[in-house]
Design a binder for this molecule. Sequence first.
Ligand SMILES: [Zn+2]
Length: 331
Amino acid sequence: MRDNPDSHPDANDGAAEKSPRDRFAAFFEGPYCEAAETAACAYPQRRSLRVDWTDLKAFDRRLARDYIEDPGDVRAIAENALMGFDQPHIGELNMRVHNLPESQTYRVGKIPSRRLGELISIEAEVIDIEGDQPLTTHAVFECERCGGLNRLPQTPGPLRNPSRCESCECEEADTFFRFIKDESTIIDHQEVTVVTPDSTLDKPPEEPMFLRRDRVNSVGPSDNIRVVGTYEVYPNPSTAIMDTFIRVHALDHEDQHETDSLSMDELEDKVFETVEDYMADGSEFDADKEEVIEGLASRGIRREEIRDALDNLEADRRVDEHKDGRLMTIP
Ligand SMILES: [Zn+2]
């Protein structure tokens, strides 16, 4: 029996159910091989790998469905699969899925409760932006009684304390848990408030959105954006009607889908060409800096990024800025 090749454990390998991690690995080795390598090479100017949801669906329908229904865990599996590649920085990329199906697309204030915990897509206008703040995603507490460390995942809102110590098993009432900043995971975090764009209501419904890491400071007031994120409630709600928020995964500016896909080098080239266009355009031999910035901004590129690109171009002696704020390319 044992020598029968049909009963050999490897004989059925092709048909055996592959783990989600293996299926993601196959996706990154197959259709997204080039995109993953390009994203990794552009690190740290770019810190994310954008994945079109329809590409994922075409590759593996179930994986795509799982990504929508359980975005936190499935994304962690996908990012873990990336870490298996022999390419510097690839493990540090955030995976950002965009282009969700219509069935997951909603207006602000019209998201049904059955979508809680799922990945949704929403069109929104930014009406308020808070400053960026540190957020602890995993807080570590030291037990005063035994010195043992307790690690607890956190969400925005009140800090969750351990109810008992993992080491000495004493209850919260019998010890004191001290927050240890240096052992905790702390990331950049920003809250923005959005409404439905062009709402005719006097007081349109608002929804808070949380941006993290490289998404912080990526939107400005009255920006129209398309966001993909998880629809969530705050933990430990104090009332039966629960406050919700959207944890942002991916974000596009409505009038411009290109910014995110440009590396700093590509952006600098674009800015350089625009300066040349404006120089050729008028009767002057140079270009007005503000006009260049506004021209690019109207194509959806953030002013902050344009100014950074201009600074780099000036530092590289490709563009010269005169005292009166006019620009010239250096041949
Ligand atoms: Zn303890």
